[in-house]
Design a protein around this ligand. Structure first.
Ligand code: EZ4
Ligand code: CO
Length: 401
C-alpha cells in the first residue's frame, strides 16, 4: 500500500480545526488532528510546505519509522503538532486495513468504559453550584470547578459578560486582555472548595486548574489549603517549563498533582516522572506527537504508578478526541479523561463512532479511529482568526495565562 494523496482541511464550525487527510492507492483514508489553538495557519503551512510532500509514495503501515524520520529528520526538535496528525492518520489507515477499531491494535480493551470529568464554572459560588448540579444531572462522575475571583473582571475557565449581559468569548480576533491577582485567587479558591463540598458532600471527585499561574511556594500553599477538601487533583499549578518547581510543591502537600497539557515530548516529563513529582500526565495525542509517543509516555509513567489523564478541551477536534478514547480504553494505567464535548455542528462535520453517555466514553467498534470528515460541510465553515486571551496584572505586567 502507498500514500497517494495528502490534504490539509481547515474548518471553523464554531471554532477552528485543522485536519490532515491521507489517501492510499487502495482507497483507504486516514485522519489526523493538527489543531493548534490560536496558531492554526502556521501548522497548515508546516504540513503542506514541508511534511505532506514527503509522505507521497510512503507505505502507510510504517508508523514508527515515519514518526522517527519526521522527528529526527527535521533536526529542529519538538513542536506541539509536528508529527501528531501524520501519526494518527497512519494508525487510522493501519486499523482500517486490519478491519479493527484502533484500540484492538493497542492491546485491546482494558476496561468496559472510560470515566470522564466535565467542567463546572460560575462567576460566583452560587452560579458555580448550579453548574455543578447541571454536570451531575448529565451523569458526570467527576467535575472540574472554576470560579470567578472577587475583584477580577475575567478569569480562566469562567465565561464573562459584557455591559449588556451577553457572554464574552475568550476566543477573539484580537487577544482578549484578562486581569490577574494571585493573592486574591489564593484567598478565594479554598472557599470555593468549602462551598462545593458543603453542597455536594465528600464523595464527588473535584478537580481544579490553576493554569500555570503560581510560583512554587504559592502552589504549595494552595495544595495545603485544599487538603481538607480532598481534591482529586490540582492541575498545572506552576508554569510548565520548570520541572524542578514541582519538587517544592510535592514536598509540601499531599494534594494530587496533574501536569502536561502543553508538553510536546517525553523529555518534558523526565524529572516529573522519575522523581514521582506528579500523579497524572495530561498530554493530548494532538500536542504530544500522536498515539505512538503518548503510548510510550503512559508506559513510562506506569512504572512510577502515575496515571493517564488526556487533555480534552473543545480545541482538540473530534479526530484528536477519538484517538484519545482508543488509547484510554487500551492502556492499563488509565486515570481519567477530560471531556468538554463539541457543538452539534462540529459533530456533524466530524461524524464519529465514539459515544458519550452517562458521563462515560467508548470509542465504538468502527474500523480505524472511527471518524468521517464531511468535507463539503467543512468547506461551508471557513477559517476565522481567533486568539487565546492574555493576562495582565493590575499594573499592566503580562502574567501567564
Ligand atoms: O486552556 O486547551 O485543562 N484545560 C485547559 C484548556 C486550555 C486550552 C488552550 O487552548 O487548560 O482549557
Ligand atoms: Co488545563
Amino acid at each position: 500500500m502507498k500514500i497517494v494523496d495528502a490534504e490539509v482541511v481547515v474548518t471553523s464550525p464554531g471554532r477552528n480545526f485543522v485536519t490532515l487527510k491521507l489517501t492510499t492507492d487502495e482507497g483507504l483514508t486516514g485522519l489526523g488532528d493538527a489543531t493548534l489553538n490560536g496558531r492554526e495557519l502556521a501548522v497548515v503551512s508546516y504540513l503542506t510546505d514541508h511534511v505532506t510532500p514527503l509522505l507521497i509514495g510512503l507505505d502507510p503501515h510504517r508508523v514508527e519509522d515515519t514518526w522517527q524520520s519526521l522527528y529526527r529528520g527535521a533536526y529542529w526538535r519538538r513542536g506541539p503538532v509536528t508529527m501528531a496528525a501524520v501519526d494518527v492518520a497512519l494508525w487510522d489507515i493501519k486499523a482500517k486495513a486490519a478491519g479493527l477499531p484502533l484500540y484492538q491494535l493497542l492491546g485491546g480493551a482494558s476496561r468496559e468504559r472510560i470515566g470522564t470529568y466535565g467542567h463546572a464554572n460560575g462567576r460566583d459560588i452560587p452560579e458555580l453550584l448550579d453548574s455543578v448540579r447541571a454536570r451531575l444531572a448529565e451523569g458526570c462522575p467527576a467535575v472540574r470547578i472554576q470560579s470567578g475571583v472577587p475583584g477580577l473582571k475575567a478569569v480562566y475557565g469562567v465565561s464573562d459578560t459584557d455591559d449588556t449581559g451577553a457572554p464574552v468569548l475568550h476566543q477573539q480576533a484580537r487577544p482578549l486582555v484578562e486581569d490577574w491577582d494571585t493573592a486574591a485567587y489564593l484567598r478565594h479558591v479554598p472557599t470555593v472548595f468549602e462551598a462545593v463540598r458543603a453542597e455536594f458532600g465528600a464523595e464527588l471527585p473535584l478537580l481544579h486548574d490553576s493554569h500555570h499561574r503560581l510560583t512554587p511556594v504559592q502552589a504549595a500553599r494552595l495544595g495545603k489549603d485544599l487538603e481538607p477538601y480532598r481534591p482529586f487533583w490540582l492541575e498545572d499549578c506552576t508554569p510548565a517549563e520548570n520541572q524542578e518547581a514541582l519538587r517544592l510543591v510535592r514536598r509540601s502537600t499531599t494534594t494530587p498533582l496533574a501536569v502536561g497539557e502543553v508538553f510536546n515530548t517525553v523529555y518534558d516529563y523526565q524529572t516529573l516522572v522519575t522523581e514521582q513529582l506528579i500523579d497524572y500526565v495530561r498530554s493530548a495525542v494532538t500536542h504530544f506527537g500522536g498515539v505512538t509517543p503518548l503510548r510510550k509516555l503512559f508506559d513510562f509513567a506506569a512504572q512510577y504508578q502515575i496515571k493517564s489523564a488526556i487533555h480534552g478541551p473543545e480545541d482538540i477536534s473530534p479526530v484528536g478526541m477519538a484517538a484519545a478514547v482508543h488509547l484510554d480504553l487500551a492502556v492499563h494505567n488509565f486515570g481519567i479523561q477530560e471531556y468538554s464535548g463539541h457543538t452539534p455542528l462540529t459533530d456533524e462535520v466530524f461524524r464519529h463512532a465514539y459515544t458519550f453517555s452517562d458521563g462515560h466514553l467508548h470509542p465504538g467498534d468502527a474500523p480505524g479511529i472511527g471518524v468521517e470528515l464531511d468535507e463539503e460541510l467543512a468547506a461551508a465553515h471557513p477559517y476565522s482568526a481567533a486568539y487565546l486571551p492574555v493576562n495582565r496584572l493590575h499594573d499592566g505586567t503580562v502574567h501567564d495565562w
